[in-house]
Design a protein around this ligand. Structure first.
Ligand code: ARG
Length: 285
């Protein structure tokens, strides 16, 4: 896809944003300021790319769908033995690409920069990404494909057992995720923001954070991996009361043709059983 001036500006803004990302959560205010700038730039940029599509330069006409992900989120995406991103989302987007008749290429990047990169560095993003109103200002979403909720991981001997117990605590999250946003609303809690969820979990095991808030399925994977050291709470339980979330593929704003192709392909994969096969292969195995 075309690299626009907006994309270059955006890349510059992102560098600044990354530089401001501490893992101590103290830079939150500065970050959300930058995020607003990013939103405006990216909106302008995706607007442009949607126009480009209608002029025959989009993924549907060039035959390549460049997909962004963050392969730090098993079982949806992780780096496979061959060093390439693998997982449910990767299999799903490849199946979608096949239905549409485009080649799928995958770019592994920071989760926090996926949304802003749509329309410039990447065409779409699939990354266990929850549909949120804030993201909808910058991108469109496909039909939802998976239901999720945040889980809370704590050390096996922790006394934390409710949302109230999280007040004032140091909580590990992956930067820019819905888990991160939940911590913003917990009284006096500090978000320790990591680029990789596994680093948050390792700091929990080292005693550097009191809890980790992360989506259900990755929480289960990490819970299984470190089962003698940690325990999990279902955030949907009354003790925590977190809301249900829905994953969808993030798409360039206003590209209705691409959205229709993706949604039609998704519907067909659900219809013909492929989707359920992938669920049992990657998620419920
Ligand atoms: N569902 C959460 C969100 O949308 C977390 C997704 C993280 N995904 C990833 N591939 N790291 O914010």
């Amino acid at each position: 896809m075309k690299k626009t001036v907006a994309a270059v500006l955006l890349a510059m803004t992102m560098t600044v944003t990354f530089a401001g990302c501490g893992s101590d959560g103290k830079d939150k205010t500065a970050e959300s300021g930058d995020a607003a700038g990013n939103a405006a730039d990216a909106a302008a940029d995706t607007e442009k790319s949607a126009q480009d599509n209608s002029e025959g330069e989009g993924p549907l006409s060039d035959g390549v769908l460049n997909v962004g992900t963050n392969a730090e989120f098993p079982p949806f995406e992780y780096v496979g033995d061959d060093g390439e991103p693998d997982g449910f989302d990767m299999a799903l987007i490849k199946a979608i690409g096949e239905k549409i008749g485009v080649e799928v290429t995958v770019e592994n990047m920071e989760f926090d920069s996926l949304v802003a990169s749509i329309g410039s560095k990447i065409d779409v993003a699939i990354a266990g990404m929850t549909i949120t109103d804030e993201r909808k200002n910058m991108v469109d979403f496909s039909d939802e494909y998976y239901e999720a909720v945040q889980y809370v991981i704590v050390p096996a001997d922790s006394e934390i057992a409710s949302a109230a117990d999280l007040e004032g605590k140091n909580i590990g999250v992956q930067l820019g995720t819905t888990g991160d946003f939940i911590v913003e609303d917990i009284k006096d809690a500090t978000a320790a923001q990591y680029n990789k969820a596994v680093d948050a979990v390792n700091d929990l095991r080292n005693g550097r954070v009191d809890a980790v808030i992360i989506d259900k399925n990755p929480a289960k994977v990490f819970g299984e991996q470190f089962k003698d050291e940690v325990k999990l709470y279902d955030g949907e339980s009354p003790e925590f009361g977190f809301e249900k979330e829905y994953y969808a593929i993030a798409l360039p704003k206003g590209d209705e043709e691409l959205a229709k192709s993706v949604n039609d392909a998704l519907a067909e994969l659900k219809e013909d059983g492929t989707f359920d096969e992938l669920v049992s292969q990657y998620i419920e195995n």
